[in-house]
Design a protein around this ligand. Sequence first.
Ligand SMILES: Cc1cc2nc3c(=O)[nH]c(=O)nc-3n(C[C@H](O)[C@H](O)[C@H](O)COP(=O)(O)O)c2cc1C
Length: 507
Amino acid sequence: MSDGSRRQFSSLSLTVYPKEVESEARVVKAPKLWPTIIQGGMGVGLSNWNLAKEVSRTGELGVVSGTAVDTVIARRLQNGDEGGHIRRALSHFPSQVIAERILTRYFRAEPRKKDETYMLVPKPSITPSREALEIVIASNFVEVWLAKEGHEGIVGINYLEKIQMATAPAVLGAMLAGVDYILMGAGIPREIPRLIREFAAGQAGSIHIDVIGATDPHLLTVDPTEIFGDELPVLKAPKFIAIVSTDILASYLAKDEATKPDGFVVEGHRAGGHNAPPRGKMNLNESNEPIYGDRDEPNLAKMVALGTPFWLAGAYGHPDMVASALELGAQGVQVGTLFALSEDSGLRADIRNQLLREIGLDHLRVYTDPAASPTGFPIKVAQLEGTLSDGEVSENRYALCDMGYLRTPFLNPNGRIDYRCAGEPADMYIKKGGNVEDLHGRECLCNGLTANIGLGQHRRSGYDEPAIVTLGSDTEGTKIMLESYPQGFSAREAVEWLMRTKANLQK
Ligand SMILES: Cc1cc2nc3c(=O)[nH]c(=O)nc-3n(C[C@H](O)[C@H](O)[C@H](O)COP(=O)(O)O)c2cc1C
């Protein structure tokens, strides 16, 4: 990139840009039509631009997490934007006026001290302010732009359908950075193909927002022209991959051109992160984990018959499983846990080391918690001392909802839209009409997952928000990798290992 094309900000403190990342970041292999390996999106900030870029440079699909990425970027800026990466990316943002507003608000040339509280970004809402839209659009842009910088590989971004209020501006931001794939799970992502088409045509894009108790539809619309005016570039339409747990949902989405994605990730219940609940009534085993049965197994013959490319996920992080997925007619696999534990992910080093130690000793237990997530979906939680999986740590935390990504809008008795989250203080939740049964065992995922990547909130009282770690229940691949790489492994080494059987098959 020549200096001439790099726009400068007027404010003195903001004008120093680090040099562009140059040729050492060149892609090694040309991207294929479809990747064999998708590095799964992992929020909050665990699959960051660095991890996605490393995977992307191998010729496979690196995916950044779009969940709460506005908080991630705002907090990195408050910590002084080490390496200048965010400012470098923002210098390529189509509107320098917006970029400057964001830097003025969040960037601290003198980084925030450890005992200072982070300034929050606006909570997602059904009527986002201009400020809220700008930080969501810009942060999605930044994370994708950095993952794509300096190579020709393909990059995707992952969203959760449940976080509907952030989706439209987030997709716009990612498309402004030329994202190649959008992946979405945790719900029925029927509107994303249309949203992508709307933005690619330079039109306003909308998403329906589920408002509990409302009979009228509620739309959240973002008009790129209104935000960027003449500075709006032509936007390329990325491919869309829906993450589903059953062939039934895949068939439903595929049967209508309006909702049909370009591909599916079929994710089983051993996967890290949130899991789809078992079909039918949820029964729990003696350890209080959901019981999954045959009805929860996707019919892969039906997936093949759909004729749309698909990838298998959930305990597929092993070369034999890659080979088996290919034999079953899949395009490849999506892997999370192995990449989360690689040294390129955003996971805090102390947490990674603790996890690797326990995996090496066969001590780590990953619990499928049916209650912890305010979304109501089961979530896998690694049982780790000092994190929210530790009963005492969880009991000592004051319930508080200050980030609000998992809030649900509802119509209050006055006919106004209000928001509630089962992770907020019980009295407030009940006062807002929430069900007392929803509260049992809930944790604040927003704060906990943000603490995983070293960006946890520090309260004025001196309290540091504890982490909560999600991992898949299959850690065998990580254990095998540790035998070859006792000091830890990179994302590239993980890809090379996963592709080993396929490479042998092709010889
Ligand atoms: C730490 C972690 C966080 C995750 N977060 C998300 C997420 O935000 N969105 C999502 O769609 N999937 C998420 N996942 C699921 C992964 O993208 C992937 O599908 C899954 O991990 C595959 O199973 P495996 O862990 O057995 O490899 C997460 C997984 C892990 C391990």
